[in-house]
Structure formats: C-alpha cells, structure tokens
Write a protein that binds this ligand. Structure first.
Ligand code: NAI
Ligand code: MG
Length: 507
C-alpha cells in the first residue's frame, strides 16, 4: 500500500485528505521502516463515518446467516494466511512467532464462533399477563460502531470488536494503533476478500489525539469500543458520557499470581514466567505481582531468578527467541523508569532492570526480564500497570492475606491462585475481585468462548468475547402484538388486576 493510501472508506483505498503520512517501524530494528500510512484527521473520519452510515440500512437488513457466512469466509482466509500474518506481526509488533500465530488463531476462532451466531436464537419469546398477546424481545444493532484498538494484539483485538458488531448488523469504523497500522490494513483487505460490502467496514489510520478523538466526537458514531491505557480510556469515557454515546472500555490491569504453600511449585513457576514475560509483559493480563507464601518464597524466588536469567531474548522471528522487543522507545523508557521507581521505593532488584544495548540488540527496543523481591502493596510498582517484562514478589502469610493483597489494587482483570487444596481454591474463586480467575493456571490464556473483561477500574462493565460479545454493540427491542379479535383495550397492570376497574366518573 504505497503513498499512504491506507484509509479504506466506502469501498475505496484512499490517502488522507491532507496528504500527510506517518511510518511504521520494526521495534526490533527501529531503522527498518515497514510502511507509510495515512495520517488521518477529522475530515477523513467524517468521510468514513458517512460511508458507514450509508451502508448501514442495507447491512442491517441482510439476513444474519448471510452476515455470518462472510465471517466464516474471513475465518477461512485468516487460516489460509495465518503464517504470513504472523510473520508480519513479528516485524511490526515484535512478539515472538509462536505468540503471533496465537494472536491470529484468536481471530480465526472468533470468526468461526461469531459466524455461528448468525443461525442461533436472537431473542426471547416472553409470556404476557394479557390474553391473546405476543411478547418478544429481540437484539438489534445500534448503527455505526467506532473502534479504537491498541498494538499488543493487532489482529485479535480488532476481531473481538469487529466480528460481533458485524454479525449483529452494525457497520464499523476502525482506528488502529499507530504502531501497527500495517496489520490493520491486512485485516481489512482480508475482510474485503471475504465479501464485506463497501462501507460496512471502514479503516482510518492515524494518531489517537487526531483520528481517534475525531471518531469519539463524531455524531454519526453510536458506540465507541476502546482498548488501551486507563488514561486515554478515562478521557474517552468522559467525553462519551457528555455526548450520551455508549462506550466500552477495556483498560489496564495489575494482575497477580498467588502461590500458596501447598502449590505445585514447578507448575506455578512455569505459569509465572509465562504471565510475567510472555509478549514481553505487554498483555493486559500480564502478571506483574507474584504473591508467594512465606514458607515457599525463598525456593520459588531462587528458581524464578535462575529461569529468568536463562530466558532467550531476541528478534521474534528467531525460533530460539522467547522474548522479543517492546513496542517502541517511549514504552522502553517508561518501563525503565518504573524499574527505577521500584528501586527508589525500596524493592530489591534480583535480575534484569536494564535496557539491553549490546550490539545484537541495537537499534531495537529490548528490555531485560526483571524480577523484584520485597515488593509491598503500597509501592507504585505494585499498583500501576508497567506493561513490560517486569514482575515483583510480595510475601503473603496465608490464604486470607493473599486474597486481601491480590484485591488491593484499583484494577480487576485477571487473578490466579495455585493450590492443591479444593477448599482454598473455591474460597479464592469466590473472593478474588477480577473478571477472570484462574486456579492452577497463569493470569494469561483466555479462550474466546468465555466473556473477557475486568471489574473495578479495568473497565466499565462490558465484556468482550463469549456469548456476551454482542452486548456492547446491540440494544434490546421489546415487541408487543395484540392478536385478539375483541375491540377491547386491556391495560397492563391495571385491567389484569381485580382492583383495576376504571373509576366511575364522579360528575
Ligand atoms: P494508548 O491508550 O495511548 O493507545 C491505545 C489506542 O488509543 C491507540 O489506537 C491510540 O491511537 C488511541 N488513542 C490515544 N490517545 C487517544 C485520544 N486522545 N483519543 C482517542 N484515541 C486515542 O496506549 P499506548 O500509548 O499505546 O500505551 C500506553 C500504556 O497503555 C501502556 O504502557 C499500557 O500500560 C497501556 N495499554 C494497555 C493495553 C491493554 O491491553 N490493556 C493495550 C495498550 C496499552
Ligand atoms: Mg498513548
């Protein structure tokens, strides 16, 4: 896609009206430019929204099984192109190849899952308190859905948001992250190949405060779905509140793994390494807190440090690499700042804690996997999302203490607990305050057929994926039909009650 012709509006690839562009680079080799993309502004967003509005009536009336069939073809295309998409993802986003394949697989699973909803029931038949009355409630689309997505799951996240919205009969404008526009272009190209009609899916590439903010402001957009930082989420949710616009936010996490004294330590270690350092810690479900029982702490800590040292860091395309670069230099510096904050707060740095600048890592955004000990829940590194390969150990005394500490953050996305004791496991399942709870599993690793999302400041009550996937972009329409042949008005609550006789006129 040359000269920044990367906006897909009303079925046509176009540059930004201003002609301005920006580039996408490889985070493992920052001098390697991967492509040039349209730097969209409000006028581009307005055109995309207008195209989505124009396409809406026909798409809404298209039978749901036909909409599902397009998603099914999208699933097949994603499968067919899985390897090349995964490789492109390694270059544009940095995650290692096996993880990139997993990211695409999530989209494949989501496509097939949502396609089936085209033939599943879409409402309820409800009894009436009145005779000869048909009552039903039906899920209906809302119109144009605006999607603002992050870079950490560049194929999976757009698919979670888009496939349910499309199946439900909405049309879409996607504003992908500025770090991964190339994958968004590929994703939309495949949707076009799958048969999505012009205007049903529109893409505007560009920066958050420009194209993203314009999408939020656009009066033609009925719903905004956002995944990203808490800071931007607050901004968007606040603005949507003023505009009376629906908004779904999936924000930060400060996830924890609890390791009790009866845990399978080998299993817990494997889980901790995966959740702390997988995707270089850039998952909303990453475990940046390890709450370890004091009686097993020394053993757990020593093994964790040893295995952290042994992790292989490198360019994601290298089959030996276990951890790739972080997304960009700004994030690299932000992560390093958090490590310095942790040290100044009195946490003990056990391993890592530095930007990797040896020749094989230059010029790239690589951070050494980092483990702190003696982290306390009142420290900033125990409270704030770091979004990098950094984790810390907090000592806990018993199950009660572990649950209290696990819950002691503003976030509530994913919490996990390792134990062999069924009583403790079930206690934890009830008491942990999170949208996702795992027992004897790490904090990352959700499957698409279950609801995904968090409580407290992680979100605003919405869930993606699962049978709840369409909730954010649909409304319920209740329908009443009187099929009685009598010319009689029967009022609900009044004429159906013995005391409901209409009062006789007094004069
Ligand atoms: P961000 O929240 O700034 O970006 C996410 C998306 O929002 C991007 O598409 C961006 O263009 C857009 N955006 C930014 N400002 C906007 C605005 N004013 N109006 C509308 N859209 C806007 O996230 P960023 O800067 O990439 O990362 C910063 C931190 O956010 C990370 O360190 C991490 O803590 C958190 N984050 C969390 C994610 C998660 O999965 N929970 C994903 C990405 C980031
Ligand atoms: Mg930002």
């Amino acid at each position: 896609m040359d000269q920044g012709r990367t906006n897909y509006i009303g079925g046509e690839w176009r540059p930004a009206v201003s002609g301005e562009t920006f580039v996408s680079v490889n985070p493992a080799r920052t001098e390697e430019v991967l492509g040039t993309y349209a730097r969209s502004q409000a006028e581009d967003v307005a055109a995309a929204v207008a195209a989505a509005q124009a396409a809406y009536p026909e798409w809404r009336r298209t039978p749901a099984p036909a909409r599902g069939a397009i998603l099914f073809r999208m699933g097949q295309l994603l499968e067919q192109h899985k390897e090349s998409l995964a490789r492109q993802m390694v270059h544009e986003m940095g995650k290692v190849l096996v993880e990139a394949r997993g990211d695409v697989q999530e989209a494949i699973d989501m496509a097939y899952y949502m396609a089936a909803f085209g033939r599943l029931p879409n409402g309820y038949l409800v009894p009436s308190e009145r005779p000869d009355m048909f009552c039903a409630a039906q899920r209906v689309p809302v119109g144009v859905v605006g999607m603002i997505t992050p870079w950490n799951f560049p194929i999976a996240i757009p698919s979670w948001k888009m496939f349910p919205a499309l199946l439900a009969g909405n049309t879409v404008v996607l504003k992908p992250a500025e770090d991964t526009p190339g994958l968004a272009v590929r994703f939309v190209e495949l949707l076009v190949e799958a048969g999505i009609p012009p205007g049903v899916v529109n893409l505007v590439t560009g920066y958050g405060p420009e194209a993203g903010a314009a999408l939020v402001e656009s009066p033609g957009v009925a719903v905004i779905s956002f995944t990203g930082s808490t800071e931007v989420g607050r901004l968007i949710a606040g603005r949507c509140g003023q505009l009376m616009k629906r908004v779904s936010c999936e924000l930060g996490g400060k996830n924890a793994i609890v390791v009790l004294d009866d845990a399978d330590l080998e299993l817990a270690l494997k889980g901790a390494l995966w959740s702390a350092f997988g995707t270089a810690g850039q998952r909303c479900t990453a475990a940046s807190r390890l709450l370890v029982h004091r009686s097993v702490k020394a053993q757990f800590r020593d093994a964790l440090v040893e295995r952290t040292r042994a992790l292989r860091i490198g360019v994601g395309i290298d089959p030996e690499a276990q951890i790739g670069p972080v997304i960009n230099r700004e994030q690299l510096e932000r992560i390093h700042q958090y490590v310095q904050i942790g040290q100044s707060e009195g946490a003990t740095l056990l391993v890592g804690g530095r930007i990797l600048d040896e020749p094989e890592f230059r010029p790239g955004c690589f951070y050494a996997p980092t483990v702190f000990d003696n982290m306390h829940m009142d420290m900033r590194i125990a409270q704030e999302e770091i979004f990098g390969p950094v984790t810390g150990i907090v000592e806990v005394n018993n199950l009660e203490d572990a649950i209290t500490k696990a819950n002691a953050t503003q976030y509530g996305l994913s919490l996990s607990l390792y134990t062999r004791d069924v009583h403790r496991a079930f206690r934890a399942m009830q008491e942990l305050e999170a949208g996702l709870v795992y027992i004897n599993l790490p904090t990352s690793g959700a499957e698409i057929q279950l609801p995904f999302g968090g409580v407290k400041q992680t979100g605003n009550g919405n869930r993606e994926a699962g049978w709840t996937a369409m909730d954010y972009c649909t409304e319920w329409k209740s329908i009443y039909v009187n099929y009685s042949s009598a010319s009689e008005l029967i009022r609900a609550q009044i004429d159906t009650q013995p005391d409901g006789q209409a009062p006789a006129p007094t004069d």
